[in-house]
Design a protein around this ligand. Structure first.
Ligand code: N01
Length: 545
């Protein structure tokens, strides 16, 4: 491939979801020439791919909106408390349309390699379209949950009937009427998909390996008054979001430790928060995430709720989560999930008790000898999360170092923003940053703003390259681990936040669990301190190097 074929930009952005669109818009404001490369046929990121039935946001719609378009806040009407995927995708389309962002996006363009050309101080980004792109700066907005995790169940490739991973759902309508449908996986996705499919399928078989905690979302249409109030108070909302742990309006925990107050008061607080229809229960007391006894009490309290919903006591027990503590995995928000198990056309298949021995052409063969014939398989087994999308892009930094080798034992970054050996390569919501522990649109905003400020600083100061020092990565790894190890999550055994859900993936603290508010302060202090922990190389020095 000749260098002359390459298209040149100041910045190459990867991805055209919320992160890529925000970054593109911001770069325009800075006067930088930028292109975004997107694997999908259109904008939307996760909301482009996840078209499965029941796909819906678990953050209230009003809060899950871009904070950088004040006019759109006033013009857009969210129809429901928790929007469904088509509405969110339409919203993202509108964001792209009104800012004419698509003119700088190359769709159906998959990045196949990103290589640092040290001599020219450029990243060379190769794609499956044949056209390489070159820029001194690359910003990955490839997302955290975009590389599907396919289950390694023997024979799955033999299944001769429709099989869909929820994260690669077809664009044409998928009908379930009269069909025997199997859903494998009971995380946020499997729960949403099963609830929707149960309304239509001839028979739904939910293949559950681990029962999960799920709270009622209490979704409903927003009233006219609620919509008007949201528009009046967006300014206040953004302030709360930017200054809170999870960029959310969730009620703060009660001031005292849980066991400092009487049991009946604690239970009343659990009940009150259960009925809010958000994730507030998790924050009832600050020690729910750290004190095993407190957590055990809340976990049992939630199991009581499940027993109250599911009519068959044996089935209810199978649906009660016992393997992991409450809140160590992402709390699921559902719309009648446990209720579907009271329907005649829904069966739970407990594959912890009776694993799938193999998938055949026509169904699932369990170890006990039981065979379940299926007309369709829905795979809701999650993602090679957080690091997967970056490692998929075959990134080579200085001295020919592969990112896959550097991260062989888990991600190493400074602030979850950049890596030693990979100058001028930024990651939006990348590993060791708060990512999904906060409303991700607000986590994106914090990264986009920080990166934009950094690029501006580099321009003003005549700096060609920014690269974190190795010792900064060691410092950050210790910070991330110290915070992570204090949470009961560290005791979990199969958690995607820790990389445990993908066979062979190194187990590590892949996310910063200290809160977006605290994280923002750290990042701002580093910048104010002249980008402490980074090497900054001026134009001439970079050329000499
Ligand atoms: O994936 P998951 P997800 N055989 O990894 C099971 C976000 N999200 O797509 O627990 C059988 O959570 C696995 O079982 P186990 C949200 O952040 C948001 O549901 O490992 N089963 C588990 O039940 C969420 O956390 C929304 O034993 C296998 C399931 O598959 C994240 O995406 C909606 C298996 C995977 O659960 C990921 O959620 C949806 C195997 N070989 C998702 N391998 C919103 O509402 C895995 N499983 C915004």
């Amino acid at each position: 491939m000749g260098e002359d074929m390459a298209e040149q930009f100041d910045v190459v952005v990867i991805g055209a979801g919320f992160g890529g669109l925000h970054m593109l818009w911001k770069l325009r404001g800075l006067g930088e020439s930028a292109v975004a490369l997107e694997r999908a046929g259109d904008v939307g990121g996760t909301w482009y791919w996840n078209r499965y039935p029941g796909a819906r946001c678990d953050v209230p719609s009003v809060e899950y909106s871009v904070p950088w378009d004040r006019e759109l806040e006033q013009e857009w009407d969210w129809s429901e408390r928790y929007s469904a995927q088509p509405e969110i995708l339409a919203y993202i389309e509108e964001v792209a349309r009104r800012h004419d962002l698509k003119r700088d996006i190359r769709f159906e363009t998959t990045v196949t390699a990103i290589t640092r050309d040290e001599e020219r101080g450029l990243w060379v980004v190769e794609t499956d379209t044949g056209t390489p792109f070159e820029a001194p700066v690359v910003i990955s907005a490839a997302g955290c949950l975009s590389t599907p995790n396919l289950p390694d169940i023997p024979g799955i490739e033999d299944f001769a009937r429709p099989l869909h991973h929820t994260g690669r759902w077809p664009h044409d309508p998928v009908g379930f009427e009269g069909k025997n449908v199997g859903v494998i996986g009971t995380g946020s996705t499997g729960v949403q998909a099963s609830t929707a499919i149960a309304a239509e399928a001839g028979h739904l078989f939910v293949f559950q390996r681990t029962a999960q905690y799920s709270l009622p979302a209490l979704n409903r249409p927003l009233t006219k008054d609620e919509k008007a109030e949201a528009k009046r108070t967006y300014g206040k909302l953004r302030h709360v979001q930017r200054n809170s742990f999870g960029a959310a309006t969730i009620e703060p925990p009660m001031a005292m430790k849980a066991f400092a107050i009487a049991k009946e008061k604690r239970f009343a607080e659990y009940e009150r928060r259960w009925n809010i229809g958000r994730q507030d229960l998790l924050a009832a007391f600050a020690d729910i995430g750290t004190d095993a006894e407190v957590n055990a009490e809340v976990s049992e309290w939630v199991r009581g709720k499940i027993r109250g919903i599911v009519d068959d006591p044996d089935l209810a027990e199978k649906l009660c989560p016992t393997v992991n503590p409450f809140g160590t995995r992402r709390i699921i928000m559902d719309t009648g999930y446990f209720e579907i198990f009271n329907q005649d056309n829904v069966s739970l298949v407990d594959i912890r008790e009776d694993p799938i021995a193999r998938i055949t052409q026509t169904g699932a063969q369990l170890e006990s000898g039981r065979f379940i014939e299926l007309d369709m398989l829905v795979i809701a087994t999650g993602y090679d999360a957080v690091t997967g999308p970056l490692l998929d892009m075959n990134i080579t930094g200085k001295g020919g170092q592969k990112l896959n080798d550097k991260w062989a034992h888990g991600p190493e970054t400074w602030l979850g923003l950049m890596m030693h050996g990979f100058p001028n390569l930024f990651t939006i919501t990348g590993p060791q940053s708060p990512t999904v522990h906060a409303n991700v649109i607000m986590a994106i905003e914090q990264h986009v703003d920080w990166i934009a400020d950094c690029l501006q600083y580099m321009d003003t100061e005549g700096i060609a390259e920014i690269e974190p020092r190795h010792e900064s990565e060691v410092e950050w790894a210790m910070t991330v681990a110290a915070i992570g190890s204090a949470n009961l999550r560290a005791k979990d055994t199969n958690n995607w936040y820790l990389g445990q859900n993908v066979p062979g993936k190194p187990v590590s603290y892949m996310t910063y669990q200290g809160g977006l508010d605290r994280y923002r302060k750290v990042c701002d202090e580093v910048a104010a301190d002249g980008y402490r922990g980074f090497d900054l190389r001026r134009m001439d020095a970079a050329a000499d190097a």
